[in-house]
Write a protein that binds this ligand. Structure first.
Ligand SMILES: [Zn+2]
Ligand SMILES: [Zn+2]
Length: 499
């Protein structure tokens, strides 16, 4: 456990801590700001949790005490081996919040209840426990000191009659010290003296010295990077609520440090304004950091979304390829097959116009399927030369597909923008081609082009098979009809040749 003597403090603090360690009722609060990520602000961490653990160690030195510690993390509640029999720890996490864990802790009726943070969840329960006679030691993330802490507590939902349980407030902060390399004695100005007199006037027994006043200033040197400040020191303010007294007021503590040459007189005189400014600075930096984190989060989400879109397209592509694969083994209906291909091709690359031509007689092709075009085009014959596009990757295509008469955009209601011409080639034979177009986007992404290319290979194979089956069916039908005709002919022919 930490001890107070492990870090620098004024001897006046020892008496206060000794008195605090004897307290056995009411609420003892250690107030100070939580450490916050340094975002360029120059607010020093208050060192509050260190003081908290030091005070806790001092209190638990009393071997007769039993205590319960409720904390948000297991690390905070680690207790020395010697104390484990009389000090129990409860971690407040998730389902088991502070209020619930405090209730559990109180079932064992400890002398002391120790809480690592007071907030809207823990504060009302902690004060209720204090009212029931348990002495409570707790930390509060606050810039307030002394009596002001009571206001802060009512913000956390502590009822006014419970605030009366507040016994002691130890406020702690850290301030930058004068650089010991370049500090030198400096006589205070008349104005500074007046301010100082004003600041110390309200102290219980006036600390204002009668004789010569010694203080220091530091102009800056290479050790302190010409800032005149190097290192920092803890500053305390100890307040007792009943009977109300500033037992060790911050002004007195600051003044002692000034006289020892640790603090600049100006830093003492403008303490409140500086702390306010630093707190504001920290706050605005936090806000900036938050905004930055937020926008980077938005960027990440956008990237994830686009990655997800690609993934969805790939999945759709796989489904299409699988679909065509199944059609390859199942479908014998060419019209059904090519209709589905147009649909899939449009899904693959988010195209809204697809037309599929199949080679028929030499130099002629038939529109066999459309997606996004008028169905009247089906069956239309157009002169077409497949030779140049036979095989290879999908090629860019612009303009209007063969067989569709060109229209002005105003009349058509759309403009053809991105376009691909995809050859359907199987076993070196050009079966036809698809023209895939978008009225929405200027170009197809490389991934979309690649997908359409892979898709076209499968599609061509499926078409070839269906076409062959089609041909065979026609052949069979022809043979069947011929057979019928033969039978009819045979039946009308006389069985016996005329003699
Ligand atoms: Zn000491
Ligand atoms: Zn210096």
């Amino acid at each position: 456990m930490l001890k107070f003597d492990d870090f620098f403090h004024l001897p006046q603090l020892d008496d206060c801590i000794a008195e605090l360690a004897r307290v056995r009722q009411g609420m003892i609060i250690i107030a100070g700001l939580d450490p916050r990520p340094q975002g360029g602000g120059d607010l020093l961490p208050s060192g509050r949790s260190t003081m908290f653990r030091a005070l806790l160690g001092t209190i638990l030195n009393d071997a007769k005490l039993t205590a319960a510690i409720v904390a948000g993390q297991r690390d905070t509640v680690r207790v020395g081996r010697a104390q484990q029999r009389r000090v129990r720890a409860y971690v407040a996490q998730g389902e088991r919040g502070y209020a619930g864990q405090i209730a559990r802790a109180l079932e064992r009726k400890p002398d002391f209840l120790i809480i690592d943070r007071l907030d809207s969840d823990s504060a009302p329960a902690a004060f209720a426990a204090a009212k029931n006679g348990v002495c409570v030691l707790a930390q509060l993330d606050s810039v307030c000191r002394g009596r002001e802490v009571a206001h802060h507590l009512s913000d956390h939902g502590v009822a006014p009659e419970l605030v009366a349980q507040l016994g002691w407030v130890v406020a702690v902060e850290r301030l930058p010290t004068l650089c010991r390399h370049c500090r030198q004695p400096a006589a205070p100005s008349a104005g500074q003296l007046e301010e100082l007199r004003d600041m110390l006037r309200n102290l219980p027994n006036s600390a204002f010295p009668a004789g010569e006043i010694a203080c220091f200033s530091a102009p800056g040197c290479k050790h302190c990077e010409f800032r005149g400040r190097l290192g920092d020191v803890a500053v305390f303010d100890i307040y007792r609520a009943a009977p109300a007294a500033a037992v060790l007021p911050r002004e007195l503590y600051l003044w002692e440090l000034v006289q020892r040459g640790m603090l600049a007189l100006d830093d003492m005189l403008s303490h409140d304004a500086q702390q306010l400014y630093r707190t504001y600075h920290q706050l605005s930096h936090s806000a900036e950091a938050l905004a930055e984190a937020n926008s980077s989060l938005q960027r990440n989400i956008a990237q994830l979304e686009s990655a997800n879109r690609v993934l969805e397209q790939r999945t759709a592509a796989l489904r299409s390829l699988q679909d065509i694969g199944q059609a390859l083994t199942r479908s014998t209906d060419l019209t059904d097959l090519v209709g589905r291909m147009c649909q899939r091709a449009s899904e693959l690359c988010e195209a809204d116009k697809v037309i599929l031509y199949l080679a028929r007689a030499r130099g002629e092709a038939e529109v066999l399927a459309v997606h996004g075009w008028q169905r009247e085009l089906l069956g239309k014959r157009v002169p077409l030369d497949f030779a140049p596009a036979a095989g290879g990757e999908p090629a860019n295509f612009s303009g209007w597909p063969p067989g569709i008469s060109e229209q002005h955009a105003d009349l058509a209601g759309f403009t053809l923008r991105a376009g691909l011409r995809v050859a359907l080639v199987s076993e070196g034979q050009a079966l036809g081609h698809m023209i895939i177009q978008s009225t929405q986007k200027a170009r197809f992404a490389p991934a979309e082009v690649a997908l359409v290319g892979a898709f076209a290979d499968h599609a061509a194979l499926a078409i070839r098979r269906a076409d062959l089956l089609d041909a065979r069916l026609r052949q069979e039908r022809l043979e069947h009809e011929l057979e019928m005709a033969r039978r009819v002919q045979q039946s009308v022919l006389p069985r016996v040749f005329p003699q």
